[in-house]
Structure formats: structure tokens, C-alpha cells
Write a protein that binds this ligand. Structure first.
Ligand code: S3P
Length: 451
């Protein structure tokens, strides 16, 4: 299997003047996937604005079409006519999820309990990722799994005639696993219960409620959440669903503005759901000048504009307990730490090993290639920074089909003494197709690199 796309596009970033201006980040990836899934399932029409039109999300939309939903783009909006809960159709071909872990795992939950066969395929990155974490609870519900290589894609699922509701304690901090079980519960009689010892992003629970599902959440004194979903209820389309901007995409622009001297940038429309704000909290502890402007509600979620100015950062210890609220942000935090005074220690990173790449190893290798002092442990990383970026850069980073590795190291090159090259920028389109345009619009320099 290849480590990058069939036509890799190497890209270099280099230091230039200050970054300045206002940008609006595109829609949140997690919420956009769920908008296609729940809109495609609900009876009636859902109209979605602000949807992220990244490749991952579009793959989820295609899969829902293959199972009977009607999905059309209408100007700025997406119009979805869903099948009705319990009424998905057997797809006529394989469901190709490309690079998308969230799309594939949530759809396994959604379609798994149906009494038909669904086949899931993906790219080299997705085909390496562990699927047992969603397949195990689905098996308990009666779903049959056919996989050539154990619990990896490509694989097929076949539901029982009637699925069995389960009570499932999620063994790792994973919103995808929580969501897959809840979505399987939608086509299962009775109550499906998910116990979540550590809270992860809560978009599934919140959105299911908005689409009319009977779902309840109880949190005990220790913070353990019990989520109960009543199966086989009606789901109704949402006439005006607004997707807030993706804080995990905003993160790259926030860190770029912090690192490039003289920068002053406003990033509009960032989701501020507390299950997603760990990076902003950490950067502020490091001394970042991030002002939260105009906090407001959009589509039932907190959003705000982030005013970010170049800042001198200092190293901090990032506790393991914060990992779920910033799990996708560690690669770019490691880049920020490379410019901070002293050492930053990040703990509780075991889940980074099973992302689009082994992100802990990929970050460590990228830091090594660019002269950053660091140490990689089994589930931790320390980075010792150089506040002026002197001596940093000059390396080529292997991205391993991982969009966030590509964007993180391109951010590094905007501030390091020497330019930074990533071996392939094509995967950026999976989550943030506007990235290059927004960075150059703010004054950053990105240029094609020699192959
Ligand atoms: C996501 C959950 C997280 C995150 C991913 C999106 C979701 O994955 O990394 O980018 O939308 O539920 P895990 O559930 O594997 O932590």
C-alpha cells in the first residue's frame, strides 16, 4: 500500500511578513457528517447551510444516497430528503469512504443492524485503521462481520432480522464508537445504552435530539455519562440546520497567527462547544493572545470569533484529561510548542496512534526532520521550543495520507527560519479544501515543491 495519494503534490511553506485579515472557517467536519447521516435517515426534508464540502463529508453523502436518501446542492444549501428511520435501502454497490474514519464508522453503526449487506472500502490509510472498536458492539447486537483481514477494511456487514439492544461501556475515549452504537440503536427495538466514562464530543446526542429521537443523558458525580436511546422511533427532518465553523480547522490559522511575528487575524464562526475547545484553553495557558469575540448561538451551538495576535509562548504540561477536547489538535499544538520557551509535555496521547496516520510517530518524525528537540513516549510527547524559530525547518515531512500532519507542518514553515516541505498536500481536501487559499489570503507563502 502506498503512503500517499496516487499523484502526490508536495508543498512548501516559507517565512514571509505578518499574517493579517479576517477569515471565516468552513463547516465543522463532525457535524457535517452527522447532518448527512441524520438528514438522510429522517423522514421529510432537511436543509443544511454551512456544510463542509470536504471529500470525507461528501463520501458520507454519497453513501446515504446509495441507501436511498435524496441529496442535492441548492446554491449555498444542501437539501436532503431522508428515507425515514428504519427504511434505508440496501446499497447497490460498495460504500467507498476514502480517507474518512468518522463517515465509515458512523455508517457501520447506522446500516449495520439492517437485514441486508453493506460493504465498506477506503483508501490505504482507512484500510489500516482498527474497526474492531465499532464491530465488537455491533456483533453483540447481532451484526455479522465479514472481513478478509481481521477488523480492517474492506469488510461487509449483515444485520440480523431483529437486532438486540445492548448496554455498552465505551472502552476508549471515542466519539465515533459512542456514536456508532447509538446509531445502531436507531434501528433496534428497545433501549440502547452507551456508558461513556470520559466525555467526548457530544454532537451525536445533541443532533439526534434535534432530529426528534428519544435520547436522554445522565451524568453522575464522577462525570460518567449514561446515554439512552429509544430505538425505532420517528426521526424528522430539520428545516434549517446550520453547521458552525470547524474549530479543528480554525486551529491551524490560530497557531499560524500566534507564531508569525506581527500577525493580527480574526477567525470568524468557530464552534466553541466545550468538548472541542481544549486547544484554545492550552494555548492561552501558554500565553497566547486569543480574544473570544461576540460569543453567540448558531444552530444550537456556541460559536465565537477568535481574535489572535502574535504571542510569545511558554511550555506547559497538557494533562491527559484534556485529550478528548483537543484530540485532533495535538499535531498543531506540537508545532506551537516548537516555538515556545521551554518544554511542553503532552500526555494521554494513545488514541493518536490510530488516527489517519500514527499521528504521534508522524509528528515526532516531522519534528525530527525540522530540527525540533523532542521526545516521543508510548502515549506522550515532549517538545522543547525555540522562541525565535532559529535553526528550525529545512526538512521534508512524510504525511502518510494525513491531512492534519500536512497542515500542521505547513504552519511550521510559515514561522521557522528555513522552509518546510510536506510530501503531499492532496489530503488537505478531505477536511479543509480552503486551507491554502485562506493561508495565502492572510499573507502566508505556500509554493509547489520539487517532486
Ligand atoms: C470524531 C471523533 C474523533 C475525532 C474525529 C472526529 C467524530 O475520533 O478524532 O476527527 O466526529 O466523532 P475518535 O472517536 O476516534 O476519537
Amino acid at each position: 500500500m502506498t503512503a500517499h495519494a496516487s499523484h502526490p503534490r508536495p508543498l512548501t511553506s516559507r517565512r514571509a511578513g505578518a499574517l493579517g485579515g479576517r477569515v471565516r472557517v468552513p463547516g465543522d467536519k463532525s457535524i457535517s457528517h452527522r447532518a448527512f447521516l441524520f438528514g438522510g435517515l429522517a423522514a421529510g426534508r432537511t436543509r443544511v447551510t454551512g456544510l463542509l464540502e470536504g471529500e470525507d463529508v461528501l463520501a458520507t453523502g454519497r453513501a446515504m444516497r446509495q441507501m436511498g436518501a435524496r441529496i442535492e446542492r441548492d446554491g449555498e444549501a444542501w437539501i436532503i430528503d431522508g428515507t425515514g428511520n428504519g427504511a434505508l435501502l440496501e446499497p447497490d454497490g460498495v460504500l467507498d469512504f476514502g480517507n474518512a474514519g468518522t463517515g465509515s464508522r458512523l455508517t457501520m453503526g447506522l446500516a449495520g443492524p439492517y437485514d441486508f449487506t453493506t460493504t465498506f472500502v477506503g483508501d490505504a490509510s482507512l484500510s489500516r485503521r482498527p474497526m474492531g472498536r465499532v464491530l465488537d458492539p455491533l456483533r453483540e447486537m447481532g451484526v455479522q462481520v465479514l472481513a478478509r483481514s481481521r477488523d480492517r477494511l474492506p469488510l461487509s456487514l449483515r444485520g440480523p432480522r431483529v437486532a438486540a439492544p445492548i448496554e455498552y461501556r465505551v472502552p476508549m475515549a471515542s466519539a465515533q464508537v459512542k456514536s456508532a452504537v447509538l446509531l445502531a440503536g436507531l434501528n433496534t427495538p428497545g433501549v440502547t445504552t452507551v456508558i461513556e466514562p470520559v466525555m467526548t464530543r457530544d454532537h451525536t446526542e445533541k443532533m439526534l435530539e434535534g432530529f426528534g429521537a428519544t435520547v436522554s443523558v445522565e451524568t453522575d458525580a464522577a462525570g460518567v455519562r449514561t446515554i439512552r436511546l429509544h430505538g425505532q422511533g420517528e426521526l424528522r427532518g430539520v428545516p434549517d440546520f446550520v453547521v458552525p465553523g470547524d474549530p479543528s480547522s480554525a486551529a491551524f490559522l490560530v497557531v499560524a497567527a500566534l507564531l508569525v511575528p506581527g500577525s493580527d487575524v480574526v477567525i470568524e464562526n468557530a464552534l466553541m462547544n466545550p468538548t472541542r475547545t481544549g486547544l484554545v484553553e492550552t494555548l492561552r495557558e501558554m500565553g497566547a493572545d486569543i480574544e473570544i469575540l461576540d460569543p453567540r448561538l448558531s444552530g444550537g451551538e456556541d460559536v465565537a470569533d477568535l481574535h489572535v495576535r502574535h504571542s510569545s509562548l511558554r511550555g506547559v504540561r497538557v494533562p491527559a484529561a484534556r485529550a478528548p477536547s483537543m484530540i485532533d489538535e495535538y499535531p498543531v499544538l506540537a508545532v506551537a510548542a516548537a516555538f515556545a520557551e521551554g518544554e511542553t509535555r503532552m500526555e494521554g496521547l494513545d488514541e493518536l496512534r490510530v488516527k489517519e496516520s500514527d499521528r504521534l510517530a508522524a509528528v515526532a518524525a516531522g519534528l525530527a526532520a525540522n530540527g525540533v528537540t523532542h521526545e516521543e513516549g508510548p502515549d506522550w510527547l515532549t517538545v522543547t521550543g525555540r522562541p525565535d524559530g532559529r535553526g528550525l525547518g529545512g526538512g521534508t515531512v512524510e504525511t502518510h495520507l494525513d491531512h492534519r500532519i500536512a497542515m500542521s507542518f505547513l504552519v511550521m514553515g510559515l514561522a521557522s527560519e528555513k522552509p518546510v516541505t510536506v510530501d503531499d498536500a492532496t489530503m488537505i481536501a478531505t477536511s479543509f479544501p480552503e486551507f491554502e487559499g485562506l493561508v495565502t489570503g492572510l499573507g502566508g507563502v505556500l509554493e509547489p515543491a520539487a517532486r
